[in-house]
Design a protein around this ligand. Structure first.
Ligand code: MLT
Length: 279
């Protein structure tokens, strides 16, 4: 039996997207694929419980954003816009006209950016533990301080500090394997990709003004104890997007899909069924 963070070997495919090589998993078949975009600084393996849950009945794709997991960085300057372009180019390369796309945190920033510019490429949206708000001046300052520290000392302190904010108390108490797996994921990510993406995150634009233009049916999911993108941020998304619904997951922090797999999968599965029943 595989655990939450085990890698399913033998399934990975590499594809050239712009100046990067993107590594992805592609399981199952269905007319409308479901694509997962991970958060920062993680990789596609963080979607494994959802991939496992859906792959018997749907085509499910999870990819590593450039610089993360097994994808290369390329040479272009990182930005949320570039990551969103990669998503669309990736869909083009796989000849996917329209997909159900689910993004967590930075994955949600990328999805909001892409859905605003290319709404016709999305069947519905799933926005998890994310927000439309840009960084505050203080938040930007913190990111630039982290870049300096990572350049001088490496990732050790950064990984230790990051993990402290990612989970709710219950996860720290009862799922030490998940906490240490995620800590390890951060430590083994390329420091230059982390620094480049910290800068991209600091420079991202405010997407709150575009929420009223989104007419796609949208599911918003948020861990009740998420301290990075708290439920108040999810409420802003829910109020701004007209055709949306919000599910708050108890006993979960920022990585709600890994902390409460069953509740998360239940909400996601119900939404996908509702989406597909429209046809
Ligand atoms: C993420 O999980 O993607 C990050 O926490 C996003 C952020 O730092 O804004």
């Amino acid at each position: 039996m595989t655990t939450k963070m085990d890698v399913i070997s033998g399934s990975e495919i590499n594809i050239k997207i712009g100046d990067a090589t993107i590594c992805y998993d592609d399981f199952g078949t269905s007319e409308i694929p479901i694509i997962f975009i991970h958060g920062f600084p993680f990789n596609k393996e963080t979607w494994q419980p959802q991939v496992e849950f859906l792959r018997a009945r749907h085509r499910v794709i999870a990819y590593d954003i450039r610089g993360f997991g097994k994808s290369t960085s390329g040479k272009e300057e990182s930005s949320i816009g570039l990551f969103a372009d990669d998503l669309i180019d990736f869909m083009d390369a796989l000849q996917i006209k329209k997909a159900i796309v689910c993004g967590l945190s930075m994955g949600g920033y990328i999805l909001l950016n892409a859905a605003h510019r290319y709404p016709e490429r999305f069947e519905v949206l799933v926005l998890c533990d994310t927000q439309c708000n840009p960084d505050t001046a203080e938040g930007r300052e913190k990111r630039f301080d982290s870049i300096k520290k990572i350049e001088a000392e490496g990732l050790g302190d950064y990984a230790d500090a990051s993990v402290k904010n990612l989970f709710c108390k219950n996860t720290f108490d009862t799922n030490k394997k998940l906490v240490s797996d995620i800590h390890e994921t951060i430590l083994t990510t390329s420091p230059s990709a982390i620094s480049a993406t910290l800068s991209a995150l600091a420079n991202r634009s405010d997407t709150c003004p575009i929420l009223s233009e989104i007419s796609l049916m949208t599911l918003i999911i948020c861990g009740k104890e998420d301290v990075i993108t708290p439920p108040a941020k999810a409420e802003i998304l829910n109020t701004g997007i007209k055709n949306s619904s919000l599910v708050i997951i108890e006993e979960a922090g920022h990585l709600s899909n890994l902390e409460q797999v069953d509740e998360f999968n239940h909400a996601l599965g119900k939404f996908i069924t509702k989406t597909l029943n429209r046809f």
